[in-house]
Design a protein around this ligand. Sequence first.
Ligand code: PLP
Length: 444
Amino acid sequence: MLRLVDNKPYIRVSPPGPEAIKVLKKDARYISPSYTRAYPLVAQRGEGMMIEDPDGNRYLDLNAGVAVCTTGHCHPDIVRAIEEQSKTLIHMIGTDFYYRWQADAAQVLTEITPGKFAKKVFLANTGAEAVESGIKLARYAQRRPRMIAYIGCFHGRTMGALSLTASKAVQRRHFSPLLADVTHIPYPYCYRCIFNLSYPKCNFACLSYLEDVIFTKVAPPEDVSAIIVEPIQGEGGYIVPPDGYFQALKKITDKYGILLIVDEIQSGMGRTGKMFAIEYWKIEPDIICLGKGAASGMPFSAMVARAGLHKWPAGAHANTFGGNPVCCAAALKTIELLQESLVENARVCGNYLLKCLKNLQNKYDFIGDVRGKGLMVGVEIVKNRKTKTKDPERRNSIVQNAFKKGLLILGCGENTIRFCPPLIITKDDIDITMEIFGKVLRAR
Ligand code: PLP
């Protein structure tokens, strides 16, 4: 079997090749058309930073299965942990019975999440499910019906989570009525400030809007159970709030007894160079949702909340597969690898990636903004830097052309390219990435 140890992409046949086409045809026949496929990549095998398709093309993966494969593809330690656990116990419904891996995973999560207070954990499978449990816990504990979320945010697609999501209209169209009483406020997207102000002179006008307009005219704060926020907006365009924002937000939530839920599903698990992105702003949220990268690709998510909030009785909330033993084993091993070296690698290589992309920005007027923390970096594509007019067509063609050259990157927001590679990435991988990405930009 061909080893994918050499991290150079290799395109044997222009994708999709004949074997890939067979899969695409079957997929078109049997799979729901509701999925959002970016380009016709058919993944056959993965190793480290590389993905191979059935025609033998090899791609350098700067997506990590959209911020999921934190430890790279098929990390030998993860494979071993999964193998060993699956020989011991695969399922015994953690909702109804007990097994130690569930409590072990929960304990570790309470230790690595910010907040030096007692916490308890609800284990689930997907990000949306973690968010659903956060919504339900906040309502149950607070007995307040309303929630505040952000324009541009993505929290998942189940009906509760979707009621918070405000990323793209297609995700909400024809699904109403959603949960009532969710109010969306502007995200601190300083590059395109909705109030046309600039930081720090703005004095966080977006937060004054929450207190002076929303709380006084739309959503009385004593009716609001929680504000949910992504510390870095992911699907919305890899947007990093300015320093001081979260501290000011926390003051508001504390003032009105509103819970702060932080959705770290994309930004968490070491991706930003800290275990959780919110740590950059030294905030201790009441509830943290995590998923995606937590178990290196196994379905595992969690809602970690102050222990005192878990006022709900047995039967109030549960599921069948949450905290599955094999997924817990993968999560425990993933966290070990993150703590050993990968969070630090995300910080170091993330800084390097950001620097390389900023160098490219100096060359191309259509790169409007380069931003990010660690290995969560966005490049916003515009018509030109002066007008900042969004250029989704150019963004899309850059992403497509990179794919054809063996580089897997993805869009987010309307006109941003995201880089969210496995946390095992090296500076050499970034150099290869820049070589291909530079060629794609030049060809435009
Ligand atoms: N929250 C955030 C911040 C996300 O990025 C996502 C997925 O992209 C979700 C929630 C939903 O996760 P899932 O697709 O696992 O339900």
